[in-house]
Ligand binder design. Structure first.
Ligand code: HEC
Length: 159
C-alpha cells in the first residue's frame, strides 16, 4: 500500500515538472524571463534602425525645421495655417522677413499683383515662382488679403 502511494506521488511530481518546463521555461525565470528577453530584443532592434550617419537631405530638413520653429516663435501674432506652412519659413511668422523680404506693411492689392507677377514669370524669382505654381488666383488673393492685414494685426498687439 505504501509503495503504491509513493509511486503515484512520484508520477504526479514528474508530471508537474514536465508541465512547468513546457509552459514557462521555469529554469530561465519563467514568464518574467520572457518579458525581459522581449524588451532586450526590441531595444536591440530599435538601435539597429537608427541610421549610422544622417545624409545631407536629412540635415537640410533639420535646418529648415529649426528655421520654421524660429519663425513660429513670434508670440501672439496670429496667421493662417497655410501662411504658416507655405510662407512663414521665409517671410517670418509675422511677415518681418527672414530669407524672403519683409511683407508687413504691404497693401493687399500690391501683394496680389506681385504674386501674380511671380506666378506668370513677369517678375523673375525661381523660389517664389516654384512655390506659387500650385496655387490658384483665389489662393493668392487670400494670401494677399491676409498679408495686407499684417500691419494692423501687429499694431493691435502693441496696444
Ligand atoms: C523659400 C522661401 C520663400 C517662401 C517659402 C515664400 N517666399 Fe515669398 N519671397 C521669397 C524671396 C527670396 C522673395 C524675393 C524675390 C525677389 O527678389 O523678387 C520673395 C518675395 C515675395 C513677395 C514680394 C515682396 C516685395 O516686397 O516685393 C511677396 C508678396 C511674397 N514673397 C509672398 C509670399 C507668400 C504669400 C508666400 C507663401 C505662399 C511666400 N512668399 C513664400 C522667398 C520665399
Amino acid at each position: 500500500m505504501k509503495n503504491i502511494i509513493v509511486g503515484i506521488l512520484t508520477l504526479f511530481i514528474i508530471a508537474l515538472m514536465a508541465l512547468t518546463a513546457m509552459r514557462g521555461r521555469a529554469y530561465h525565470g519563467g514568464e518574467q524571463g520572457k518579458v525581459i528577453e522581449d524588451i532586450a530584443g526590441r531595444a536591440a532592434k530599435s538601435s539597429q534602425m537608427e541610421p549610422a550617419s544622417k545624409d545631407d537631405r536629412e540635415i537640410e530638413q533639420d535646418k529648415l525645421k529649426a528655421l520654421r520653429d524660429k519663425a513660429g516663435n513670434v508670440g501672439g501674432f496670429k496667421v493662417s495655417q497655410s501662411y504658416k506652412s507655405k510662407c512663414a519659413s521665409c517671410h517670418g511668422m509675422n511677415g518681418a522677413g527672414i530669407i524672403g523680404p519683409k511683407l508687413i506693411g504691404l497693401e493687399s492689392d500690391d501683394v496680389y499683383k506681385k504674386l501674380l507677377d511671380y506666378k506668370a514669370g513677369r517678375k523673375e524669382n525661381l523660389v517664389m515662382k516654384g512655390l506659387l505654381m500650385k496655387l490658384n488666383e483665389a489662393d493668392l488673393r487670400e494670401f494677399a488679403d491676409e498679408i495686407g492685414e499684417f500691419e494692423s494685426r501687429a499694431k493691435a498687439l502693441q496696444q
